[in-house]
Design a protein around this ligand. Structure first.
Ligand code: NAD
Length: 380
């Protein structure tokens, strides 16, 4: 079992455990007297590993609650339902609340556990790639509010995050690739050769119809990729838990992505036929836009544009080519002026400026503060 720690100074504040055996969950729950499980209903219905997870929970006498994982349900109302259920169950301050599901389930459950009785302990068993490499690591919890993503929330660390890569077998390829975008993001921030390895793995995944078999046969390399992506995030969070500086790098592509998600959600409220966009898809599009902005910024400020590993062009084209070969979407469906309107309200804007994370090259991202007007000028 691989263990990656998250620190505050010298103290371990959260542990990430990676092991392909679901049974490992039983030993991780051992120290906790009373466990309350909140599970994504789709995981309970579709994921073969859910039976093994249920057996572990039953042997622990842990009651369970099912939640629906959709952005529409990622609200304060659902958080209050989880709190009401914990009250009904008589959960006290000794409780450990275990979330089993993707990022929506872990974000909501972590938030509910953080406000219930002024905060009880919680842990995660993420069941999507996105949650394994990102959402369930680092302590950000929260819900959507007033049509804005993750507007209410708190940073509080889970006791542990248990990553079992084989549970991803039942994930749809769309959801799998959504997580792949966040994994690639980690390697664009810190490379060490892993970006290329991830692209190769994902090319194989997206080019086969037998995705479950491909995942099983290549699960060791996938576990190594997940472990390294988690180490990148854990290192950054350990150095800057509350996002005063370096942690902002993890927002690569996210200012654009949040605008894309907000606009997509608005469109879907107008018409149910409007296409939905997953978080990871929005992040992939957002990273391409960030690379476009970065190329434009460097051209404007006279900085040389690095030739990307023999690619005789800027980073935008390299990311586009790589993402396409991995099966990720790259074309943003919204006009820049519409995106700008939403980005002006970004919760991370300070004094009219947004900390944009610009990828200068794979493995080299830098923070540049810009107003949205400056961004629009550069990208027009
Ligand atoms: N807290 C953070 O730091 C952080 C970071 C990134 C993203 N997020 C949040 O994470 C959310 C996206 O997470 P996500 O992509 O995991 O979404 P999700 O939780 O909606 O899961 C995606 C879909 O996969 C299904 N699913 C989950 N596990 C499955 C499995 N093993 N087999 C079959 N189906 C399964 C879910 O029911 C859902 O339909 C967003 O709300 C985003 O804001 C949070």
């Amino acid at each position: 079992m691989e263990q990656i720690n998250i620190y505050s100074g010298k103290d371990v504040i959260s542990k990430v455990l990676i092991d392909n055996d679901v049974e490992t969950l039983a030993s991780l729950l051992e120290p906790y007297r009373k466990v309350y499980a909140v599970m994504d209903s789709a995981v309970a219905a579709d994921c073969p590993a859910a039976l093994e997870i249920a057996a572990v929970l039953n042997s622990k006498g842990a009651p369970g609650m099912l939640v629906e994982a959709s952005e529409h349900e990622k609200t304060m109302e659902t958080v209050l339902k989880i709190c009401a259920w914990l009250m009904e169950q008589g959960a006290d301050r000794d409780a450990l609340v275990l979330a089993i599901g993707g990022g929506i389930t872990t974000d909501m459950t972590g938030f509910a556990a953080s406000i219930y009785k002024r905060g009880v302990r919680f842990a995660y068993m993420p069941t999507t790639l996105l949650a394994q490499v990102d959402a369930a690591v680092g302590g950000k919890t929260g819900v959507n509010f007033d049509n804005y993503k993750n507007m209410l929330g708190i940073i509080r660390q889970p006791k542990f995050t248990f990553i079992c890569p084989s549970v991803l077998e039942s994930l749809s390829s769309r959801d799998f690739l959504s997580g792949a975008a966040e994994m690639l993001k980690s390697f664009i921030i810190e490379d060490g050769g892993w970006y290329g390895r991830a692209v190769e793995w994902l090319k194989g995944y997206s080019s086969t119809d037998a995705k479950g078999t491909y995942l099983q046969e290549n699960v060791e390399e996938l576990s190594a990729l997940i472990g390294t992506a988690v180490s990148v995030k854990a290192g950054i969070v350990s150095r800057d838990q509350f996002e005063g500086g370096e942690r902002r790098k993890l927002n690569l592509g996210h200012t654009f992505a949040h605008a894309i998600e907000t606009l997509a959600q608005r469109k879907r409220m107008e018409s149910e036929d409007a296409p939905d966009i997953t978080h990871g898809e929005a992040v992939a599009m957002g990273m391409v836009l960030a690379a476009e902005l970065s190329d434009a910024y460097r051209r404007e400020s006279g900085e040389p544009i690095v030739q990307e590993n023999g690619f005789g062009w800027g980073l935008e084209q390299r990311l586009e080519a790589d993402f396409l070969s991995c099966g990720l979407p790259i074309g943003c469906p919204f006009r820049l002026s519409l995106m700008a309107e939403v980005m002006r309200k970004d919760k991370k804007a300070e004094a009219g400026k947004v900390h944009f994370i610009l990828p200068f090259a794979v493995g080299d991202v830098r923070m540049v503060d810009m107003t949205i007007d400056e961004v629009v000028d550069l990208m027009s």
